[in-house]
Write a protein that binds this ligand. Structure first.
Ligand code: AMP
Length: 378
């Protein structure tokens, strides 16, 4: 295990990096962040920062020389940079797993190859692929294979003609066409695996999205124990199949006919922020443990939790800038406010979250409803 006091590298400077920095520092480590933005959420908290592009190989090499291990806080770090770092120091997750998560084509094929359940899809690389797509694909979602997130790079399509037009508007980038899944609810599962193959799974969380962005996470998910069990088993199978080291999140659709995997995030996840207050070990502490080669921590739930995502919209009232009523939110029993230090609030920009914990799920939900009312989140 790397001794506390060692330097850890974090590629990426967003809020996930910031919370990773907090966890690492709490355990006595120092963190060097590499990010193009000198004042991003993680850079503000880090012990030191290298301001550089993720594909600046000289900066990547300098970064690798200064740290004892590297992690990444977002999946769009070029796999080549992770590969270069992997040749220098332990890099978790490794380039191979990140490469799969970066490309929806690879991700879907990986699911199929490993017998993991996935909805109907077609890989779209030429116009003929769209013309040949079977009728069962409509209504569907056309998603760019790379660089999409939070519903960006996605268009709903109801026919081949509409799909062709949508594809043209996406500049004919490689895409995946997915059949619309009539899901009952969306869930996600956080799982961690260590370099020695130890696997730990958190309780399953239930997620509600608005406009493709996470709005609310409810834990534990309100599902039958058998469904929870199956979701956790799928998460375990996934990290084993990927030979993964670190924290991973898998998003899953719950349908009348069973579970279907949507996508994976090779890192801690927005839907796992509740683990900071509600679990024995948070997703960020676990990422530190996996990175430094420590035993993994116990992920079990200590108390029910509901997380409310806070977007930049709440800093505006009919387009007029305003300060949200934080003191009212902080007055609520069991509410925990996290703000990411972003200088500018913008519509749909993730600015923070509020985790509500309570002795019962109903009480946590009631607090979350209050948080939304105070912050005027619809
Ligand atoms: P994604 O970026 O793929 O996670 O998609 C963002 C959100 O869009 C998901 O959380 C779902 O709410 C919705 N979505 C994505 N793919 C599908 C699908 N095939 N069927 C129905 N809803 C979907």
């Amino acid at each position: 295990m790397l001794a506390p006091g060692s330097w850890l590298g974090c590629l990426g400077g967003g809020q996930l990096g910031r919370m990773f920095v907090h966890a690492a520092q709490a355990m006595g480590y120092k963190v060097l962040v590499l990010d193009p933005d000198a004042n991003g959420p993680a850079a503000q908290a880090a012990d030191d920062v290298i301001v550089a592009a993720y594909d600046d190989m000289d900066a990547i090499a300098a970064f690798g020389r200064r740290v004892a291990a590297v992690t990444t806080e977002f999946e769009n770090v070029p796999a080549a940079s992770l590969e270069a770092l992997g040749a220098m120091v332990p890099t978790r997750p490794g380039a191979a797993a990140v490469r799969i998560a970066q490309d929806r084509r690879k991700e879907k094929r990986f699911f199929v190859e490993h017998g993991l359940p996935v909805g109907p899809f077609a890989v779209i690389e030429r116009a003929e692929d769209l013309r040949d797509a079977p009728g069962q694909m409509f209504p569907g979602l056309l998603k760019t294979a790379t660089l999409g997130y939070d519903g960006k790079g996605q268009q709903r399509v109801t026919s081949t003609t509409q799909a062709l037009l949508a594809w043209m508007s996406m500049k004919q980038a490689p895409c995946v066409l997915e059949a619309m899944i009539p899901f009952e609810c969306e869930i996600s599962v956080l799982v961690a695996r260590s370099a020695t193959g130890e696997v730990r799974v958190w309780p399953v969380q239930e997620n509600q999205h608005v406009n493709g962005i996470l709005d609310l996470t409810i834990v534990p998910a309100r599902l039958d124990a058998a469904v929870v069990d199956l979701a956790q088993t799928l998460a375990r199978q996934l990290v084993e199949a990927l030979d993964y080291v670190g924290v991973l999140c898998v998003e899953i659709f719950v349908t009348a006919n069973g579970l279907l995997l949507n996508e994976i995030a090779p890192r801690p996840h927005n839907s796992g922020h509740y683990t900071i207050e509600a679990c024995q070990t948070s997703q960020f502490e676990q990422q530190v443990r996996a990175l430094v080669g420590a035993p993994l921590g116990d992920p079990s739930l200590v108390q029910p939790a509901v997380m409310v995502n806070v977007l930049g919209d709440v800093w505006f009232d009919a387009l007029i800038p305003m300060q949200p009523a934080w003191s009212e939110v902080l007055a609520l029993l069991g509410s925990h406010v996290h703000l990411y230090g972003k200088a500018e609030a913008r519509t749909a920009r993730k600015m923070g979250h509020v985790t509500c914990v309570a002795a019962t799920q109903d009480a946590a939900l009631a607090t979350a409803v209050e948080v939304k009312r105070i912050l005027r989140i619809p």
